[in-house]
Design a protein around this ligand. Sequence first.
Ligand code: NCD
Ligand code: ZN
Length: 346
Amino acid sequence: MSQILTLRRPDDMHLHLRDGAMLAAVAPESARDFARAIIMPNLVPPVVTGVQAAAYRDRILAALPDGAAFEPLMTLYLTEGTDPADIAAAAASGLVKAVKLYPAGATTNSHGGVRDLAKVMPVLEKMAEIGLPLCTHGEVTTPEVDIFDREAVFIDTVLDPLRRRIPELRVVMEHITTKEGVAYAASGDNLAATITTHHLILNRNHILVGGIKPHYYCLPVAKREKHRLALRNAATSGDARYFLGTDSAPHIDALKEHACGCAGCFTATNTMPLLAHVFEEDGALDRLEAFTSLNGATFYGLPLSEARLTLEKTDTPVIFPEKILSGAGPVTVFDPGFAVHWRVRA
Ligand code: NCD
Ligand code: ZN
């Protein structure tokens, strides 16, 4: 008899849906399995104001298949010009659930991000006052700091000083990739961390050994095996401070397979089967629901989703689509490099 696992319908607490032709192609991929998602604001130009977030939300809803029950949870992109009053109004209306800090230059479309944290202190103080979470892309951009050390250095030199200055600020450490990130997320109040599907699967050898694998390149870049194992322990622990944020980040193949390839793994299509594989391997299938469907909603103060998603184990390996075809070009679906025996029941 095949094994069945029924969960509350999951939430993806860190998702890139893009815009235009790409949005049209990828929104249905997330809506198929997920109840809600925290939508990243790093469009070109970025989603900076409440008015822009409302318009983007409408474009996302228009891109969903008829009858899809998927709720986009909007965020604003923090800039040195962000107005605390605009953020407070967007949060009070229920439209905006978080603000995203991109250190300028840290990742895709982050050039409009923050250079000097002192300049955004009034915004962060307002957010602390109203309980609006700050989602951090936790990497320093200092050229002297090695790319594999950028997360740990961010924690020591940016995040920890910020939290000492504004302890009431609620912070989500986005897509943590290190044992230092795992430890820091558990070190105090008003703190949580998202973990991606691909960082539970990849270490840096997967990217670089035997030829460079552009579809495994994302930011923060995957680290050594000991860090991957720390992430696995955190995700499968059931601890409420860790929850799923896929960071599914589509780029067309022409820009991934390029001399200067874009960062991002596209995992929206097969995340839930991959997570079932990972949690089963670690003897933690009973804790998958906490990671995907309970902990994130609880941190964000959202009602738990009442719909359900059923995963079933299959005798033969599941074949996922190799690519999603968008009007902008093909997008490669994340290939974990091992056989997967779980699928979402239609
Ligand atoms: C993301 C993107 O492409 O927007 N890329 C990535 O590698 N994760 C940006 C981000 O979350 O860093
Ligand atoms: Zn991201």
